[in-house]
Ligand binder design. Structure first.
Ligand SMILES: CC(=O)SCCNC(=O)CCNC(=O)[C@H](O)C(C)(C)COP(=O)(O)OP(=O)(O)OC[C@H]1O[C@@H](n2cnc3c(N)ncnc32)[C@H](O)[C@@H]1OP(=O)(O)O
Ligand SMILES: CC(C)C(=O)C(=O)O
Ligand SMILES: [Mg+2]
Length: 512
């Protein structure tokens, strides 16, 4: 299998993303992660840009051990000197010199004729070769350069001893077959072309950076340049993770692979996003949050039966834990039942159907139904919580100069129990009395009350959350009297808690 060298320019072209500015510490942190990803070459910055960038490139050069560290330079001696200074201490230094070759850039930007471009590039490669054994030369805007002139410049770079010649589609203008054809043309028309590695460097202005880079590989490119998450100037650069996974997933088609440690992809992507502040879109290939998430019922059913029905690569292969089945309005019963099992609810067919109907009503109102939504849905008597305790009566004695006292009568399956207790307030007294009846040791984790109708006789709804060890349960009580609503909510939560405890121990037994 042919090896494709990976030239990462996250720290240089990636940093050219508007609004991104990495300090030395951040560049070093990223460089060390890129080293773990096992990229071959790393462009750490543009030392002539500022003293800060020069220092950052130097810090990276000294920090990484197993990667070639590269500094970018215009075709000017002063820029080359800046790279020399920046790469002091690098284990394997390389300089990247560039000059634009297209008619538009020659005429308007450089104000140079073809001959002048050729001579300037030649002089800079010669100067760079005095100090570096590895020199990469880029023909900026090669994509819009006349083929014969491009071949002339590439031939000169080969003669001058460049180790890599890069053919950038600087403005993301080309279509894959056109870009691929350039590599084929150079291979066939430039003498001694085998003495250099040919490199592909694409931008994503028309969304074709990945396709163009793959076309270059199919036509003999030895190296690809890109960034993690595809960040970079304007619409960004080729996303390295997309190339690596395309080659991996379609190895039989491309016959080439990178040497990347693929399981470091997700971690590297998260770090780049964190340090640059550039959020990865959910639908971004490979590293977007939805890249391994499935929402629709037919897909989820397929996934549950056989993952390869809807996944061409595994989340594990890029260092993620597992695929996600997201519950939403397009989901079906298979995924719904699976989720209930995950949450510890082993329900009958009839109960699942009842819960599923209510879930669809909720899913119509919400974009995504979370685990918490489902738990609330289930606890709202979607499963019949058996009433272990049934509140029959309460009596409360309260005076502002006496200790509140409550008496409750509660029925169980085979008896009726009455208990009395005092408390700091009326609700506290009621809850102490209920605790005496149930014998459960619980903590009141939350208590809230709201009126659900209007007027003086409004109904009050009390919501409580009780906890016991790792189990939490919610209860609701409704009454025109808030003390009764409080008592009902508490008894309801105790019943839910007892039922949940049973479910959890069933599940634990099942996993033993
Ligand atoms: C396609 C790419 O991504 S190329 C890399 C782009 N990255 C950057 O530009 C980031 C770093 N750049 C900078 O910090 C600044 O532009 C600097 C320090 C390099 C130069 O700043 P200044 O000297 O103020 O020049 P400025 O940026 O305004 O103009 C660029 C000059 O370089 C010239 N130039 C552009 N490319 C090259 C080149 N490859 N070789 C030689 N000269 C070049 C331009 O023609 C222009 O020259 P002029 O002043 O004679 O007209
Ligand atoms: C400096 C060069 C290689 C570049 O980034 C481009 O042409 O896009
Ligand atoms: Mg670029």
């Amino acid at each position: 299998m042919r090896k494709i060298y990976v030239f990462d320019t996250t720290l240089r072209d990636g940093e050219q993303s508007p609004g991104v500015n990495l300090n030395t510490r951040e560049k070093v942190e990223m460089a060390l992660q890129l080293e773990k990803l096992k990229i071959d070459r790393m462009e750490a910055g543009f030392p002539a840009a500022s003293p800060g960038d020069l220092a950052a490139v130097n810090a990276v050069a000294r920090a990484v051990k197993d990667v070639t560290v590269i500094g970018l330079s215009r075709s000017r001696e002063s820029d080359i000197d800046a790279v020399r200074e920046a790469l002091i201490g690098a284990q394997d230094p390389c300089i990247h010199v560039f000059l634009a070759t297209s008619p538009i850039h020659r005429k308007f930007k450089l104000r140079m004729e073809k001959q002048q471009v050729l001579e300037t590039a030649q002089a800079s490669i010669r100067y760079a070769k005095k100090y570096f054994s590895k020199v990469e030369f880029s023909l900026e805007d090669a994509g819009r350069t006349e083929l014969d002139f491009m071949a002339e410049v590439v031939a000169m770079a080969v003669r001058e001893g460049a180790s890599v010649v890069n053919i950038p589609d600087t403005v993301g203008y080309l279509y894959p077959s056109e870009y691929g054809a350039i590599f084929k043309y150079l291979k066939e028309n430039v003498p001694d072309i085998e003495k250099v590695q040919l490199s592909a460097h694409c931008h994503n202005d028309l969304g074709m950076a990945t396709a163009n880079t793959l076309a270059a590989i199919l036509n003999g490119a030895d190296q690809i340049e890109g960034t993690i998450n595809g960040i970079g100037e304007r619409a960004g650069n080729t996303a390295i993770e997309e190339i690596a996974m395309a080659l991996e997933t379609r190895a039989e088609f491309f016959g080439a692979k990178t040497g990347l440690a693929l399981t470091e992809i997700a971690r590297t992507s998260r770090l780049v996003s964190k340090l640059t502040g550039m959020v990865v879109p959910g639908n971004k290939a490979i590293v977007g949050a939805n890249a391994f998430a499935h929402e629709s019922g037919i897909h989820q059913d397929g996934m549950l039966k056989e993952k390869t029905t809807y996944e061409i690569m595994t989340p594990e292969s890029i260092g993620l834990k597992e695929s996600k089945l997201v519950l939403g309005k397009h989901s079906g019963r298979h995924a719904f039942r699976e989720k209930l099992m995950d949450l510890g609810y082993d329900l009958s067919e009839e109960q699942v159907n009842e819960a599923f109907t209510k879930f669809k009503v909720l899913a119509d109102k919400k974009k995504e139904v979370s685990d918490e939504d489902l738990l609330a849905l289930l606890e709202e008597k979607l499963i019949d919580t058996p009433e272990v305790f049934k509140l029959e009566t309460i009596f409360v004695a309260y005076g502002n100069e006496s200790t509140p006292t409550a008496r409750v009568r509660i029925a169980t399956e085979d008896q009726t129990i009455e208990e009395e207790a005092e408390g700091n307030g009326s609700v506290d007294a009621i809850y102490n009395a209920i605790d005496k009846v149930s014998g459960e040791e619980v903590t009141l984790a939350d208590y809230s009350i709201k009126s659900v109708t209007h007027g003086k006789d409004a109904q009050g709804e009390v919501h409580v959350v009780l906890s016991q060890n790792d189990v939490a349960a919610q209860g609701r009580g409704l009454s025109t009297d808030i003390l009764e609503a409080s008592a009902r909510a508490y008894v309801d939560a105790v019943n839910v808690l007892i039922e949940k405890r049973k479910t959890f121990s069933r599940r634990e037994r099942a996993t033993l």
